[in-house]
Design a protein around this ligand. Structure first.
Ligand SMILES: N[C@@H](CCC(=O)N[C@@H](CS)C(=O)NCC(=O)O)C(=O)O
Length: 350
């Protein structure tokens, strides 16, 4: 039997060890998945992107620089993991190249106006992140035809891009309406636009966002073209990553949610520093301040959202700088915050 001061000492040391071990367990962040680890090892994120849709994913032909709404989603993920929104290599992908690119491991993630469907989700073996843009398929035609509905184009030809949901939907729509409209399938977006511009088809169809982008960026005179009011489909667009790394998928998901939540809180790239001293518990949790676990849940720096917001801005800022110039009005659309009647909604950061 130990004498009591010694026993007290042993008990105290054991308790101290327990507290320390517990402390380590609490301080330890979640183990990283293979894709996240590879991104950290190489010091950059490889993102499958669009190179030809202005506002969403566009590569400057002179500088080679990528810009756009989808591009900024990748930049936000790079900022979350690496603390540097510029540490991204973008791989331009045509529509038909998407499945192979994500399955081969050639890219870490994709953020390229890609519609979430059950067949892609399962056959591509991916995890879709939150929807970043609620879109729908539309039809563009020339003002000079004086039509206001697709049915009035009966007997004409419509251009469409291969390997897209667009191609499938337009076939369904023509069948449903019982129209005699010929479909001309082209391999990529620029070729589709050029075929339409050269008069090989009287109309062309893609996501309404894509129509707005091409009218803004490629049309000689944008006012010569109208986007018909009808919407053929639901096109929920968002980022995706391989099923092989659910931890990385969670980083993408919570980074996107964070962009939306930041807007809801009114936190922007311009004022984020003012929030660092906030006494609001919800904001402290969101920004990973005051010993709250934040990024720790994801294996990231606790204040990862501070870095993301500082470098990329919140959802509203990303939308405004990339999509407003195209004339895509956000107010009153599905892409408004839920607090303003839209569908953008982040689960709680707690
Ligand atoms: N959201 C649809 C359509 C996406 C799509 O690929 N749209 C075309 C037309 S705007 C595009 O982005 N093409 C770019 C290219 O081929 O470079 C999908 O996921 O299938």
């Amino acid at each position: 039997m130990m004498r009591s001061p010694l026993r007290l000492l042993v008990v105290a040391i054991s308790l101290g060890l327990l507290v320390l071990l517990n402390g380590i367990a609490i301080a330890q962040t979640r183990p990283l998945g293979p894709i996240t680890q590879a991104i950290i090892n190489r010091g950059e994120l490889i993102c499958g992107a669009n190179a030809s849709v202005a506002g969403f994913g566009f590569q400057d032909p002179v500088t080679g620089e990528f810009t756009g709404f989808d591009v900024d989603i990748c930049r936000a993920v790079a900022a979350a993991i690496l603390g540097d929104a510029t540490a991204v290599t973008f791989r331009p992908l045509a529509a038909t190249e998407r499945q192979a690119a994500i399955q081969s491991g050639e890219i870490d993630m994709m953020s390229r106006n890609t519609t979430w469907t059950i067949s892609r989700d399962v056959d591509w073996g991916v995890i879709w992140g939150p929807i970043t843009f609620y879109d729908g398929q539309g039809i563009m035609t020339r003002v000079e035809y004086g039509v206001s509905s697709f049915a009035e184009l009966d007997g004409s030809t419509i251009c469409v891009q291969a390997g897209t949901t667009t191609e499938l939907n337009i076939t369904d729509y023509i069948t449903k309406l019982g129209l005699d409209i010929e479909i001309l399938v082209l391999p990529e977006a620029n070729a589709t636009w050029e075929a339409y511009a050269a008069g090989r088809c009287e109309s062309w169809t893609t996501d309404k966002s894509g129509l707005a982008a091409f009218r803004f960026n490629n049309a000689e005179n944008p006012a010569d073209h109208i986007i018909l009011a009808e919407t053929l489909s639901k096109e929920p667009l968002g980022p995706l990553s391989p099923q092989s790394d659910p931890q990385f998928a969670e980083i993408i998901a919570w980074t996107v949610f964070g962009l939306i939540q930041a807007e809801e809180f009114g936190i922007t790239s311009q004022n984020v520093d003012e929030f660092l001293t906030s006494t609001d518990p919800a904001i402290q949790r969101f920004l990973g301040l005051a010993d709250n676990p934040g990024g720790q849940y994801l294996g990231l720096a606790n204040d990862f959202m501070v870095t993301v917001i500082r470098q990329v801005g919140n959802y509203g800022e990303i939308y405004a700088r990339n999509l407003e110039p195209l004339g895509l009005v956000r107010a009153g659309s599905l892409n408004a915050l839920w607090t303003e009647g839209g569908l953008l909604y982040s689960p709680p950061f707690r």
